[in-house]
Design a protein around this ligand. Sequence first.
Ligand SMILES: Cc1cc2nc3c(=O)[nH]c(=O)nc-3n(C[C@H](O)[C@H](O)[C@H](O)COP(=O)(O)O)c2cc1C
Length: 308
Amino acid sequence: MKKSRFKITKNVLLFWCLFIGLGAMLGGVCMLIEPSGSILHMEAMIDYFQVLPFADVLFQNYIFSGIALIIVNGLSNLVASTLILFKMRAGLYLGMIFGFTLMLWIIIQFVIFPPNFLSTVYFIFGVLQFLTGYMAITFYKQEIFSINEDAYTNINENKDTLVLYFSRMGYTKKLAYEIVDAKGATIYEVKATEKIDGTLGFWWCGRFGMNKLDMGIEELNLDVKEYENVIIVSPIWVFDVASPIRTLCKKLSGQIKNVSYVTCHYMKAEFNKVSEYLDGLLNVKHKNYKSVCCRKGKYLTKTLWKEF
Ligand SMILES: Cc1cc2nc3c(=O)[nH]c(=O)nc-3n(C[C@H](O)[C@H](O)[C@H](O)COP(=O)(O)O)c2cc1C
């Protein structure tokens, strides 16, 4: 069974929320039980707090600090942990935000305390908690993204137009289905022969993208010359066309009469140069080009594909 990256990062985030939350509760309660800070051996450190605003009222002992610690880092993280345990999505967002709050808390410590190991380590914990939260949210959105191929009923109606697509995560695939459905076109998936899924697959694709390498593709079981119009739909990899589409276009050089391109990418950019690059590989001048920004399964560019 495929490992869920969401479940792994969600559990790590839960660990951070519980670890920081319980630690802060413990520290805060110790400060309230003994406001001099003696339980935590912090009596001498109260001097450093005197540079803070309202220090003469708030920081003559550890009562205010204890309450603040319990609220800002303790209860907050325990609420996030509870929401995560009850499978509520808000827990992921809160867990991420409280990683950021911890960083802010430690920045105050950086300002008022001399350099010390504990503050540095907890700042790193805050960074890790924030990043884990961000990853959990991203993986969650990736894993709930799905395509209902049966919902597209207008497929293969028009035998003139062919949509060729490659997709790693499914975002370009959904786009290709939208186009095919609008045009009644024929759809064909270009498949890579390399391992491209998961985290390792991402880095492997990155290697191909960075070095503009051709990636092996499975043999095509169709003749593109039979189609009047071909629409090539590709994700963007490292500011360029995805490597399997580069390979495809080299293979199809001189075989396509009328071509249009659609690119699918994360950044809000047009990637216009990609269309010229593909023209060069295919030895043809494209009719249309459209770039679509897609973020975690949400398409931010709206297009009337019927008119494309
Ligand atoms: C190796 C790699 C490199 C990428 N580089 C870019 C990039 O330079 N610019 C960008 O906007 N998106 C980039 N992306 C994001 C993809 O273009 C985007 O997530 C796209 O929607 C993925 O489509 P898919 O789900 O069909 O594979 C990259 C993705 C991968 C895997």
